[in-house]
Each structure stands twice: as C-alpha cells, then as structure tokens.
Design a protein around this ligand. Sequence first.
Ligand code: SF4
Length: 746
Amino acid sequence: MTALSRRNFVKGAACAVAAVAGASLGFRSGGIDFYYPQEAFADENSPIERRYSYCDMCNHVPKCGIVASVREDKVIRVESRDKYPSTPLCAKGIASLQELYDPHRLLTPKIRTNAKGGPAEWKDITWDEAYSILAERLNRVKAQHGADSVLFFCGDPKEPRGAMQRLATLFGSSSYGTESSVCAAASWMCAQLVFGQNSMGENPSDASASCLIWSLNPAWSQPNRYGVLMKQKERGCKFVVVDPRVTPTVTGMADIHLQLRPGSDGALAAGFINQLIEQDLIDHNFVDNWTHGFEELKAYVAAYTPQKVEEITWVPADRLIAAAKLIGENKPGTLITSSKGGCHTTNVGHFQRAVFMIPALLGNLDVTGGLPLGPGLPFDYAASTKGFQLEDVYEAEGFQQRRYDREDFPVWARYYKMMQTVKLPEYVDEGKIRAGVLLGVNSMMWPNTPLYQKAIADLEFSVAIDYYLRPVTHDLVDMVLPAAMCYERSAALAIFGRKIFLREPVVTPRGEAREDWRIILEIGCALGYAEQCFNGDVDAALEELLRTTNLGITLADLRANPQGYDVPGPAAAQRKYETGGLRNDKQPGFNTPSGKVELVSTVLEDMNFVGLPVYEEPLHSPFTADAKDYPLVLNTGSRVPYYTHSKLRDLPWLNQFMPNPVVRISSKDASERGLVEGELARVYNAQGEVEMQVEITNMVLPGVVDIFHGWERADINLLTTRDFDPISGFPPFSNGLCQVASLQAR
Ligand code: SF4
C-alpha cells in the first residue's frame, strides 16, 4: 500500500494517484479507510489534456476556476485557473478530486427491497426500470390526490433548480421547494421589504471607505471572497465585523469587532441605528426625500441606548458607539450580510430589515463604493429564468393560490415561487404532501431532525438523487439515483459579475451516474412531458434557457468563447432612484409600494405584521425560564473551512482536520463544568442530546457554545427547535439553549 503524504496535498499539487498504473492505492486518514477505485487509474505514459471547469464544493454553484489535467478520461490533477475569477483553490477545492474518485460514491440506481423502519436494503436496477417505476408511482399519487401532493425539492447543488422548477410546473405541482428556505433567502426577502430588491450586500470596491460585515466569516465560508476583502483592507477600507465568535475574519479584518450574544442581533441593529441618529451621522437629504417612516423608527430605536443594548447583547456600549461612528464617518460604505446570523434567528424578519436600513440612512444606497442597486442579470445563479421556469403557466394556472405554505408564511409566499418547507412534517401529516422527488436533500437540514425523517419516511413514494448513499435520509426513501459530480456534469451557466461561462464535463461520469439536469429532464420524459423536457437532451435544454435570457447568444457562442461572455447591461449609474432606474414602472423611487426605502414596511402592515423592525427576545434565551436548566446559548449553522454543511466528511484529506464533532466552549464554562480539552461530553436540552468532543476556546464568549452541524453521528439539529420566524419561516439555528456536561458526570 502506498501512502499519499499530506504534504503533497497541502502544497496544492492535488492528486497524482490516477497516473499510477495498476496498483491498488489506499490509505487511512482521519479515521477513514480510502482506496482509490480501479477507474481512477490511468496509464502514466498516456497523453495529458488540460480542460477547464469550476469548483462548487462550498456554495453549490460554480465559483473558483479549475484546470483539470485529464489522462485517459481520468482527472489526475486539479489546479487553480488563474483569474476565473477566484484563486487559489482552497482545501475543499483541491479535495474535489478525492470526491470524484471516492470509493463510497453511489454509482447505480437502486430500489429498496425491505419495508421502511430500519436500515434500507437496496437492489440495483437500470435507469429505465427506475424511470418506469417512479413515473407509475408519481402519476398514481397525482391521480389520487392531485399534482400538488408531489413535492419537487432541489437542495444541493443549486444548479438544477431551473430544471426542477420547470418539471414541477409541467407536472402541475405548486409544491416546489429548495434549501434556500432555511439558508439565505430570508435575508434577500428583508432587502425586498426595505428597498425593493434582493440583496446580501456587496463587497467593498476601491471607492469604499468602510464596510459593515454582519455575521459572515468568509475566511471559512467563502475563501474565494476573503482575498477580495483583504485587498480592500490593505487599501485602507475600514471594517466593522458583527459576529458572536472571534473568527479569522475578525482577527484579520475587523477594526472593531462587535461580539454579540447569538440571537440578539435585532437589539444591536436598533442600537446601531440609534447611534447613527444620536451622533448625527445620517444623510438628512436622503432620509427626508427617500425614506418612509423615519420618525417612527427614530422614536422606536430611542430606547436602544448603548447601555441598554449592552445589557441585551453583551456588546460593550463604548464599542457600539465607536462602531457606528467608524461606519458613519467613513463614507461611502457598504454592507455584507449572510445567511448565518442574518437568517437563523426567530427575529430575522425584523432584524435583518434593520441591518439593511443602515446603508440607507447613511445615504450609501446605489452610490459608487456603497451598496449598488439596479437591474441584475436576466437569469439567476441557479440558471433560472422566468421563461424557462414557465412562470407564465405558474401564474395563469393559479399555482400561487394553491400553495400549502401560503397561510403559514404569507410574506415568504408573496416574494418567492418556492415553498417554505419548514412545515413539511405538518403537510405530510395532513395528507397534503404524499410523494417527493428529492435532489440533494438531507433530513438534518431542518430543526428537530426526527420530525422531518418521519415526514420523508411517511411519503407514499420518494426518490432521492445524490452522490452518496446517506443513511440519515436515504434509509427513509424508496429509490436512489446516482448523480454526477462537478467534473462530470454540465453546469448551466457559471456566473461571475456580468460574465457568464459554460461549464462542461471534463470526464465521463463514473459508473452509471448521470448529470442532474439530465436526470430531471429524463424524469420529465417518463412522466409524459418528453417534448417540454427536450427528450432528455441537456444541450437542448440549455439552448432554451439561453433563448429565454433574450441575450441573443447560443450554446455554440458560449462553447466558442472559453474566456466567457460579457452580458451587456446598463452603465453603473449612481442614484438610479432619482431617475426611474430602479422601479418596474420606470418612475423615480424604489421598487416598494411607497416608492421609498421602507423603514416601516407597508407590506408587513398590510399583512398584519408590525411594520417597524422590532426586536423580540428569542423564545429560548438567557432571559427565559428554561435558561435555569440549559444556561448556554447554542449557536450552530456556521461553516468550517473543511466541510460544507453535512458534505465532505468522507474525504480523508479534509476529515483529518476535523475528524470528530466538536463543542466549542469558553475556558470559564469548561472549568465550571469540570470539562477538559478533548474529552467526550454530553450536549443536551429538553429536546435531545448528542455527544461531542470538548474544544476549549476563546472563540466564543462565556455563556455561548458553538457547534458545527451536519454530523450524522451527532446531529445538533436534534436540539434545535421549531420556533419559526413568522415573517420568513426561518428556524432559530443561532439562538437555542443547551447544557454541556462531562460523560463522567452521568
Ligand atoms: S472557495 Fe474552495 S470550495 Fe469554494 S469554490 Fe473555491 S475552491 Fe471550491
């Protein structure tokens, strides 16, 4: 047996194993036995071809450019592709090669042969058999209970969303959902409510004097972005970072760090606005002419003095005062927010609006160096266009009115043509959802996992599409189909700024794996929509997708242009709200009902919600009664550099860095509980319990524990609760409560 040295990996040389002829190459690392399968090997004397692709290991859409060296239809090396656009590849990007040749990958369609209720037993079937069975079962459920009773879900990756949504519409189902309903879309929605346009903020440009980062740690979650930000830091841009943890982004970038109690963001945002007003840092001209509800907002935040905010959030008063001053005096400035602290609290529908109000009050909206607004691309990162998704059919045939989530989360339903899926257990219990086509779904992505596992298991029929057999979810379904990974499939479009690229497979899929676009189109054909699903031809579907962008380009144009296609667009004008450049009706103003930046939301008021961005204490917090038994704030849902959610645990090159589930706890809390570094401890609350290794750290404040999610053997979502934000439906991954105790103390 030959051992691959970690040094080679760290140097970025990636993997030369495939060039080794013949021998079985295996090793043990991070507790995982890993043997490269025979199909990873090529004749080392055969010629090498360099092909181009994109990594999507962190964000489920093509991000960093990759040069793949290919020999005999095997990828033998992956390297950064300079200027496309993010370099160098991070550890996950390099380990993508190990995922390609992971011996544990799912490579054949399978159908379960035993009853649900225990580990699944599987039998290999052909693709034709799989399509025949699933078409018969889905059409039977449709005939008996209606098309809406079949859920079409697109989790990870995001690339096939356009195809999946088209399929749902063709089938006639209004039950189309994605993982965005527990990821980042609450943040986009809050931006819609405030200034009428999706936003997660914007990186600072060379014209930016400051940047407020609210709960994002790109050093770990978006390495491709971190370098961009560091360049601005080096140029002199000032940074305030709001984060409950001391992250590498904080230590590397923050001029001021506001380390808040997880879940108290709404109070901090109100206090921040209070200070902008108190220190007279706001742009009076903008506020007077382009905002709605300023006096009400001013009166509301008056109570959020720095002293009161310190009591609620644990952020020292003088730091808040200084942070508001730094951002307010360094204009123009921009804002970056995230799905993490931004979305995973019971208060997100209010607090995230308050955060988006900060650049507005400072006059930083739609100015160079500030937060740009305006028309985006004619398609989105998931390769969706209104035409390709058949939105005209969706609207004409009243899908919106039939949606099951409409009564539970009307604001969400107003903004998105995708279901808020957090009530899946209820919809299954009530007999509304009875079958599912589940691409990249994971039952651990929702709070209180067992309820979602039961919901999936209770479906009359479900088919999962994935790279791996993942028992935590796949033990609950009837059929699994093998998906091709990034080197083996087309990504409809890779998008960088206003430039788009075609990403094509660089090698043939392993085993019988197929591209996810192809699988979805072929399911559509089996269900009776062959013509509308292009007879399963991915190229023809992409051609149609391009046609619906109205850009006048074809697949052949993209293929002929590996340097990418520049999407023409309006010049980056400033203050387009003055000239009608933001509203659909071309009138001056913002794309909100009032035409103004809504500091008091008229949309929310019309739907009987409070229009001001009010702060409400989480239902489980140090100030609630259950804190007596569970005194530690549970913060989960953040990223680590080596894994993406529950993915990539199987790859030894990554697993060696974090082989076990870990609870990060302060030295004060650890010593009070007699915990020592590395010991196995119980993490528990009234809902559940997991065992994790203790990591004593100054990353978190005393009173807070931080836990990375996605471990099948220690699923922290056994402890997270279903207290959904009523505006977005988002779960509170950032503001639970728990206790930690040594296993010896049982
Ligand atoms: S940051 Fe890393 S994981 Fe993400 S796309 Fe780039 S190389 Fe891949």
